[in-house]
Design a protein around this ligand. Structure first.
Ligand code: FES
Length: 149
């Protein structure tokens, strides 16, 4: 395995084993549940948005290590962002992960999220990586349930 792939794998294992911001916000302003239709795994995102800023965000996942790690990384990245900025960031990241080359990211600004780019080599696992992001975007749009096919 290449060194960079090993690094990506270590980051994913770390977030999966020690997830950041795991749980549910007690009185969320936004919440959504997402399901991966392929495997049945589920993930919930809850948010507290005040004055257009995402003040708090938590996730709960019953799924594989990639979906848990992705949810953990999402919460770290998104907390403190503006509503519109977070929505745009999430949309762009999903496009990058889905090999839509209309969007690019500066890898130096991605932090741990760069590890998700390694998933692109495994097309069957891309839905695992994008489940949290789909669910997050739906939460912002007040779509409370979504199925990723
Ligand atoms: Fe189900 Fe990854 S195997 S989300």
């Amino acid at each position: 395995m290449e060194a960079i792939q090993e690094l990506y794998q270590e980051i994913i294992i770390d977030h999966s084993n020690c997830p950041r911001n795991e749980g549910k916000i007690e009185n969320p302003t936004h919440i959504a549940e997402g399901y991966n239709a392929t495997c049945g795994d589920e993930l919930t995102i809850s948010l507290l948005v005040k004055n257009e800023i995402i003040e708090d965000i938590k996730f709960q996942a019953q799924g594989c290590s990639i979906s848990r790690a992705s949810g953990s990384m999402l919460t770290e990245k998104i907390r403190g962002m503006s509503f519109n900025g977070a929505l745009k960031f999430s949309n762009n990241l999903r496009k990058v992960l889905s090999n839509d080359f209309s969007e690019t990211f500066d890898e130096n600004e991605m932090g741990d999220l760069v590890a998700l780019l390694g998933i692109k080599q495994f097309p069957m696992r891309i839905k695992c990586a994008t489940l949290a992001w789909h669910t997050f975007e739906n939460a912002l749009k007040n779509i409370t349930k979504n199925i990723v096919n």
